[in-house]
Write a protein that binds this ligand. Structure first.
Ligand SMILES: NC(=O)c1ccc[n+]([C@@H]2O[C@H](COP(=O)([O-])OP(=O)(O)OC[C@H]3O[C@@H](n4cnc5c(N)ncnc54)[C@H](O)[C@@H]3O)[C@@H](O)[C@H]2O)c1
Length: 316
């Protein structure tokens, strides 16, 4: 099944891969982005591009008038530390901007919205690992609150206006086009620094774990979520799906792994732990396997090689 999709944040890291995946599946694709972090040349050639801020009237008109079947919402303020320093700025993009898009979705009779949530933040410091969707939600940062609140807006406005909402709670996404200057991109940071023969900084003892999922696997989940049958339940987690691998990797192991991929021995400099950082994070992805028919397919080795090739300039 195909149709017309709008990807907000479509000039960014994950959004540009989602746009490519929808194009490959035969959809007509438009990308909307204010280029605050995204790059125009990351929008795939087959997609149309709308430069607009998700909070603007122009974005509202583009979504309401665009005759889209599906809106995939990736545009966001993505930095946890920025959200702590300036929670109003975070809320303005992640909540007010999303509410503007959802108002336009209702006006434009869009059938479905797929929302980029975050399994790394909506559960707070989870008691259960790997963490299933039903785990209690107690985010510890404004960014986490804005992602969880976004899921509430999606559910409530969908029920009021009759559109379907699916939330994908990503773990730590990595791959080509991830900005090594971005806070979320530890894999990118390690690969780019090692390739430049620079030491790696590890905060804390390096035993903290994350669940690293490759960006093209995430893009495929977004295509499946555009059409899969999903139930609308009386709980927030019913139309929510963890998208990760279910594998925990410590930052120390990550450094060694990256070293093997790019053929360099990492020099690690340990620094003080960062306040508010989770100790362990790993998602239970069995619900996505059952209901979206999605499982991650790219191994850590393959994914890191693809990232290194992008840094080399030998792959897009
Ligand atoms: N990268 C991860 O590991 C990760 C994990 C969990 C969730 N997410 C979520 O996935 C989504 C995509 O993240 P990403 O890593 O690709 O980051 P990114 O910064 O590369 O992409 C976000 C895009 O949104 C655009 N944008 C920002 N503010 C905007 C605004 N006001 N109006 C229009 N466009 C705007 C940016 O220019 C950028 O292109 C985000 O919603 C993020 O919160 C990412």
């Amino acid at each position: 099944m195909s149709g017309a999709v709008l990807v907000t944040g479509g000039a960014g890291f994950i959004g540009s891969h989602i746009a490519e995946a929808y194009l490959a599946a035969g959809w007509s694709v438009a990308c909307l982005d204010d280029l605050s972090r995204g790059k125009r040349d990351q929008v795939p050639a087959g997609a149309t591009f709308i430069e607009a801020d998700v909070r603007s009237k122009a974005a509202f008109a583009a979504v309401a008038d665009g005759k889209f079947d599906v809106v995939v919402h990736q545009a966001a303020q993505i930095d946890v530390r920025v959200s702590v320093d300036d929670p109003a700025h975070d809320a303005s993009i992640n909540l007010v901007g999303f509410a503007n898009v959802l108002g336009a979705v209702a006006a434009g009779k869009v059938r479905r919205v797929v929302f980029a949530s975050s399994g790394g933040v909506v559960y707070g410091d989870p008691a259960v690992l790997p963490t299933p969707e039903s785990t209690a939600n107690l985010p510890i940062s404004p960014y986490g609150v804005s992602k969880l609140a976004g899921e509430h807006y999606l559910r409530a406005l969908g029920a009021l206006h009759g559109f379907e909402g699916v939330a994908l709670r990503y773990s730590n996404v990595y791959g080509p086009r991830q900005d090594p200057a971005s806070e979320a991109g530890v894999v990118s940071i390690f690969v780019s620094r090692l390739m430049a023969n620079k030491p790696l900084t590890v905060f804390g003892d390096g035993q903290q774990t994350r669940d690293y999922v490759f960006v093209r696997d995430v893009a495929r989940a977004n295509v499946l979520a555009g059409t899969a049958a999903v139930s609308r339940g009386d709980r927030l987690d019913v139309p929510a799906f963890n998208i990760g691998t279910g594998r925990e990797t410590s930052v120390n192991d990550l450094a060694q792994h990256v070293g093997r991929t790019v053929n360099r021995t990492p020099v690690i400099e340990y620094a003080l732990p960062r306040a508010g950082e989770l100790h362990r994070s790993c998602l239970d992805v069995s619900k996505a396997a059952r209901e979206l028919k999605w499982t991650p397919q790219v191994s850590f080795d393959e994914g890191m090689k693809a990232l290194a090739a992008w840094f080399d300039g030998t792959a897009r």
